[in-house]
Ligand binder design. Structure first.
Ligand SMILES: NC(=O)c1ccc[n+]([C@@H]2O[C@H](COP(=O)([O-])OP(=O)(O)OC[C@H]3O[C@@H](n4cnc5c(N)ncnc54)[C@H](OP(=O)(O)O)[C@@H]3O)[C@@H](O)[C@H]2O)c1
Length: 462
């Protein structure tokens, strides 16, 4: 190893008339087999004649393997430390396969709607027969009573608790009630969430509490008020790995969940965290067409609930500490995360060299053929309006094309996202200055037209 790593050698020991030679036995065996065979037979003779002793061996039975490693770690041994696998005393500890038990209670926060409800249905399909579903509105949430009837029809006993998981007293009361009236708690899935998106500058104590309360404080309450369980699953988000614009409070809350899973594992407690990508069909994104569109444009597509539940299954049955379950077009995702360009988490996911946009706006120049000057301007302005409304999560452009974009809410990160969107669409890269002045769509379109005209001088004559 040290030879390959070209490690330096201190020379002081050689002051004692020492010789240091390197023999590569592997290569010697291949290049001079007869020579090596001669040495081995000479050695065997010396051993048979007991003129050469074998190295001392300290033998441990397999059930004492720990002591063997301790001895090695102290570097006090001479010769070989061996472990004999044949050991009549050996007792293997096999972890029983995990399963969802019919005689345990499973608590799901946020379990009366959205993905929490889908989780509750999955638990019942897997054999759970006692569910405690917690949300602030409890059985009064829209659709909750139908959901409870559905679960009961599949053989489960369901208790719906109206409680705020972020309030320690509330959730302690729920846990006491479960302990007194239901089978012992077997597992928890923490799915409760609330969003309150706003720019970092607009975050205040209230917006932080609103989001950190149910998620982070809620998770901590569940952690500190329960003993060890078969599983303790926290629903986090991919946003905790890469950040999302306008969601500093949500990202922070999910980061707390990621860290809590690590902390619990270190304490020897069950813990898993899942960073979900976009969930389709139900839940917070499925209810919000604009957000879904925005995420899709970032390269994050909605995954089916069935696919998501397969991730949950892997986590629970495989006892995984952390799993990210996401459906993503990584090239688009990387291109949309301009502030993180070069981050290894991104470059490892994409073949960075191959993920760039096509150069010099070739396609758009092609589309320009036959268009008048006016037609070209309209084309670019329409494209820009589409990118800007998508980045700003608007249904329709609610601003004039002559209005400076910073007046309609474009900040520097949005500027980078608009630039990334334009690069993806036509392969033309705007520079920071083009956007720093907060231009209008009309001005931006003119900049692009000038750039494209310079890129295709032959087109000027057309
Ligand atoms: N949907 C996605 O695409 C997506 C993506 C990434 C991560 N996730 C994560 O997956 C989980 C489920 O999301 P979802 O889409 O199903 O959300 P959802 O549809 O909005 O459901 C959230 C649930 O949490 C409950 N809740 C909110 N605050 C609560 C509190 N203080 N105490 C108790 N319950 C509370 C809500 O009921 P009440 O209003 O009655 O309290 C609701 O049942 C969340 O942790 C979310 O962060 C989802």
């Amino acid at each position: 190893m040290s030879f390959e790593q070209d490690a330096p050698l201190n020379l002081r020991p050689f002051n004692e008339n020492l010789l240091y030679a390197s023999v590569d036995a592997d290569r010697l065996m291949a290049s001079r087999p007869e020579y090596i065979a001669g040495i081995i037979s000479e050695l065997l003779d010396l051993m048979t004649e007991k003129r050469l002793g074998i190295v001392p061996v300290t033998l441990f039975s397999a059930s004492r393997v720990e002591e063997a490693f301790r001895l090695m770690a102290r570097a006090k041994h001479i010769g070989k430390v061996c472990v004999a696998i044949r050991d009549s005393e050996l007792q293997l500890r096999v972890n029983p396969p995990r399963r969802i038990r019919p005689d345990a209670t499973y608590l799901v926060t946020g379990g009366l709607s959205g993905f929490g409800l889908e989780t509750a249905k999955w638990l019942v399909d897997e054999g759970a027969r006692h569910l405690a579903l917690v949300s602030r509105r409890g059985a009064d949430a829209p659709g909750a009573r139908d959901a409870i009837r559905y679960l009961e029809a599949r053989g489960a006993t369901v208790r719906a608790f109206a409680a705020d998981v972020g309030h320690r007293v509330d959730i302690a009361t729920v846990l006491d009630d479960i302990a007194a009236t239901m089978p012992p708690l077997g597992g928890i899935i923490h799915s409760a969430t609330v969003l309150d998106d706003r720019s970092l500058a607009e975050q205040d104590r209230a917006s932080l509490d609103r989001v950190l309360g149910p998620k982070a404080q809620g998770a901590w309450n569940l952690h500190s008020l329960t003993a060890d369980l078969d599983f303790f699953v926290l629903y986090s988000s991919i946003s905790s790995l890469f950040g999302t614009r306008g969601q500093a409070n949500y990202v922070a809350a999910n980061c707390v969940l990621n860290s809590l899973a690590t902390l619990r594992r270190r304490q020897g407690l069950a813990a898993s965290v899942i960073q979900w990508g976009v969930l389709g069909e139900t839940g917070i994104v499925a209810r919000d067409v604009n957000t879904a569109k925005y995420l899709e444009q970032m390269g994050l597509s909605a995954m089916s609930i069935d696919d998501a539940l397969m991730g949950l299954r892997d986590v629970i049955y495989g006892d995984l500490e952390s799993l990210t379950v996401v459906e993503a077009d990584w090239s688009r995702f990387a291109a949309s995360l301009v502030p993180m360009a070069g981050d290894r988490r991104i470059t490892l996911l994409t073949n960075a060299a191959g993920s760039g946009a096509p150069g010099a706006g070739a396609e758009v120049i092609e589309a320009f053929k036959g268009l008048s000057e006016e037609g070209r301007r309209d084309h670019i302005q329409a494209l820009l309006a589409k990118i800007v409304t998508s980045v700003m999560q608007m249904e329709e452009p609610s601003f004039a094309l002559s209005q400076p974009l910073h007046e309609v809410g474009m900040d520097s990160i949005m500027g980078l996202e608009i630039a990334a969107g334009l690069e993806r669409a036509i392969g033309l890269r705007l520079n920071a200055l083009d956007l720093a002045v907060g231009p209008s769509i009309e001005q931006l379109a003119q900049t692009i037209l000038d750039r494209l005209t310079n890129a295709a001088p032959e087109e000027r004559a057309a």
